[in-house]
Design a binder for this molecule. Structure first.
Ligand code: AMP
Length: 283
């Protein structure tokens, strides 16, 4: 397994790949967990070679203490990647990604205005810019993204289409702990008590899905159902619960086609996000 540190090294590697050899790419911020490993395995199953990037991207943190406290476990990540049979880890320094004079940013437009975009101003500009830089350097055939970050997935698909980037985007289902909590690098920062309480997010989303599957189509009613569950746990400080169209991410009132319930909540100073898709089973 190679560990590459600069855009020049990474590009040299990708330019040496022969035509017809497929490369799967999994961008991450490290602190790898089973969710990341599932993305990596999916890429390995579908491609000849797999590149994992590990880069805690400063430009997507709107809060500097969140950036500083973000878990960094590079040595463990290398061992996990090695065990997973990954071909390349690309882990550039921030100064290699953003040298003096760096002054370009991608504005991903209307999909980025609500939810995470509203509560984390500039977040998706940072995400879009770094992912486009990574794609230009790695030049993969396929890009693997988690459904857990639903808005990010929708935005990056849009950016990739708008900018004619020649990569296929594959969405990978959310990997969860036994109690339903979505795996996240941030979970390690939860206190023991908050870790137990945090499964309420999944309970609330599951409640929405169950009520939807029973035929409820009013977003206001589903929203209330979610809140009833979240409100039972006092340590859960809800930031938003949004029910949005699965494609354009606009809030819906009556659900007529695919929609997503997205939640962001704090437990102490740890902010968690999750979502559930409300889809219509095609008969
Ligand atoms: P991160 O390192 O948290 O920025 O995530 C890197 C990639 O892993 C993103 O595409 C995430 O959506 C994805 N991811 C994070 N957590 C999970 C999870 N529990 N299940 C599946 N994918 C995930």
């Amino acid at each position: 397994m190679l560990i590459l540190r600069t855009p020049a090294e990474m590009r040299q590697w990708s330019e040496a790949i022969e035509q017809g050899v497929s490369v799967g790419f999994v961008p991450t911020m490290g602190a790898l967990h089973e969710g990341h490993l599932h993305l990596l395995q999916t890429s390995k199953d579908e491609n000849d070679l797999t590149v994992l990037s590990i880069f805690v991207n400063p430009s997507q943190f709107n809060n500097s203490s969140d950036f500083e406290r973000y878990p960094r476990t590079f040595d463990t990540d290398v061992a996990l990647a090695q065990g997973a049979g990954i071909d390349v880890i690309y882990s550039p320094a921030a100064t290699a990604m953003y040298p003096d004079g760096f002054d370009t940013s991608i504005d991903p437009g209307s999909l980025a205005l609500g939810m995470e975009g509203q509560f984390r101003p500039g977040h998706f500009q940072g995400v879009s810019t770094v992912v486009v830089k990574l794609l230009n350097t790695v030049q993969p055939s396929r890009l693997y993204l988690g459904q857990k970050d639903y808005q990010q997935l929708a935005i990056l698909r849009h950016v990739i289409a708008d900018l004619n980037i020649p990569v296929e985007t594959i969405a990978v289902a959310t990997v969860r702990h036994a109690d339903g909590l979505a795996m996240s690098s941030r979970n390690v920062r939860l206190t023991v008590e908050d870790r137990k309480s945090a499964s309420v997010i999944f309970s609330a989303l599951s409640r929405a899905k169950a009520v939807f599957d029973q035929g409820e189509r009013s977003a206001a009613t589903l929203h209330r159902e979610v809140m009833v569950v979240l409100d039972k746990v006092t340590s859960c400080k809800m930031e938003y619960v949004c029910i949005v169209d699965a494609e354009n991410l606009q809030p819906v009132t009556h659900i007529e086609k695919g929609a997503v319930v997205c939640v962001a909540a704090f437990f102490g100073d740890v902010r968690l996000i999750d979502n559930v898709i409300l889809d219509f089973v095609v008969p």
